[in-house]
Design a protein around this ligand. Structure first.
Ligand code: ZN
Length: 287
């Protein structure tokens, strides 16, 4: 089944809620980066929360999340937009801990940074110190401290014994300013006792049902449902243009030294090969 995200409101618009099944998206990230379980979990959680944050944007707006906790995973980067497209990578995908300790792998000695491109000259940048490196808690802290929105974030990934991804998903519930304290309490209690997201999704629970579990089916109004997918912006054309911009001398140097060139995209781990003939054409274009 294809991944999708739902946007909803509840309790007379006092609550805004998002839930996503990101299984296929996270599975593709794991496969592309050959990520080991703990790395796949950390990257998958980051991608899942990132795609929900992206869904809060409008039109051509986009955002980039950087998580760098000083742990063995290195840096996690996630790009997402308002169209449900997301891509991401982690510096050291071949990282695994027996007990799948995501917090330990990410580390807490660092920052979560969100950079939003909303079409202005400068991006809007929000940054918080990492709380636990467990990702969900860190995004919660970002939303409350940097965006002043009381939020509950849960993200989860279930990895199979062969390292493929069995299930991934998450939700973000936000209280609008002036929301009733009673509503706040009800949601806090429900979020506390909810089953792990990844096992709910593995059992076939839909994003709509996840929100109904937390908010109560009488209270939720689903506004929109949108597809979500791993989508990189790289292409042969883009990489070719990057090579052309190096200039004809540099390209001539590549031809003479190796006779070919390779370029790898960090985000999707796609490798682009350029043979001599292709490089000659790019050199002519650079003249
Ligand atoms: Zn790419």
């Amino acid at each position: 089944m294809n991944d999708y995200l739902v946007k909803a409101v509840a309790y007379q618009n006092q609550v805004r809620a998002y839930a996503v099944n990101s299984t296929t998206t996270v599975a593709e990230a794991q496969r592309r980066h050959a990520a080991w379980p703990t790395a796949a979990d950390a990257l998958g959680r980051s991608i899942t929360a990132g795609v929900i944050l992206g869904a809060m944007l409008k039109g051509d707006e986009k955002l980039s999340v950087k998580i760098n906790g000083g742990g063995p995973l290195g840096t996690i980067i996630v790009d997402s937009n308002a169209k449900g497209e997301v891509r991401g990578y982690v510096s050291n995908p071949q990282t695994d801990f027996e007990m799948n300790e995501v917090g330990k792998a990410v580390g807490t000695n660092g920052l979560l940074t969100v950079s939003k491109d909303v079409g202005l000259m400068h991006p809007f940048v929000g940054q918080i110190p990492l709380i636990s490196g467990e990702i969900g808690e860190d995004y919660t802290s970002y939303l409350s401290k940097s965006e002043q929105t009381a939020s509950a974030v849960r993200v989860g990934v279930l990895v199979n014994s062969d390292y493929t991804v069995k299930a991934a998903g998450g939700f973000i519930i936000q209280l609008m300013p002036g929301a009733d304290e009673d509503v706040m309490k009800i949601i806090e209690e429900r979020v506390k006792v909810i089953a792990p997201l990844s096992s709910m999704i593995a059992k076939g629970t839909t994003p709509e049902q996840i929100l109904e579990h937390i908010l109560g089916s009488d209270h939720v109004t689903v506004l929109e449902s949108m597809p979500v997918q791993f989508q990189c912006q790289c292409s042969m054309d883009r990489i070719s243009n990057a090579i052309i911009s190096l200039g004809s001398e540099e390209i001539q140097d590549m031809i003479q030294t190796d006779g070919h060139a390779e370029a790898n995209c960090h985000f999707c781990n796609e490798t682009y090969h350029f043979d001599t003939e292709h490089l000659e054409a790019l050199k002519r274009a650079a003249l």
